[in-house]
Design a protein around this ligand. Sequence first.
Ligand code: CMP
Length: 145
Amino acid sequence: MTIERTLSIIKPHAVEKKIIGKIFDRLECAELTIIGCKMLQLTLCQAREFYAEHQDKIFFQNLIQCMISGPSLISVLEGENAIQSYRQLMGATNPIHAISGTIRADYADSLTENAIHGSDSSISSTREINFFFSCYELFSKKYQL
Ligand code: CMP
């Protein structure tokens, strides 16, 4: 059994659509535990730094505009194989390719406004969790970093 942590962002357009509860219900039903959570509106600087790996991509400006357009709900999830487990719940990045019943298939508006973000590896999850949270903001009974 591998207990992992992963970062989840419910993107501004999904917060606006009032689907936080629906998304949290799905992940808690999948045995992912929310061990930290905050709502914040990313600054331009934060968004550009968080998504720096995509800075040369053609979609970068649209992605940044989407991410600073309103508050996001940012959380840390913990559970068995949490990274892969959350990615399965999310579905493919492009909602056109997302399997029916996944979060993106049900709630994404477009490839950029694809409802949620989740870390894609353990290296990313460590970086992304540390980007938004200090250890004092995480509440775990299972696993101490
Ligand atoms: P996310 O999981 O937040 O990680 C990077 C984001 O970039 C992705 O979700 C999409 O919102 C966006 N993205 C990835 N690929 C493309 C693309 N080809 N065109 C537009 N946006 C993209």
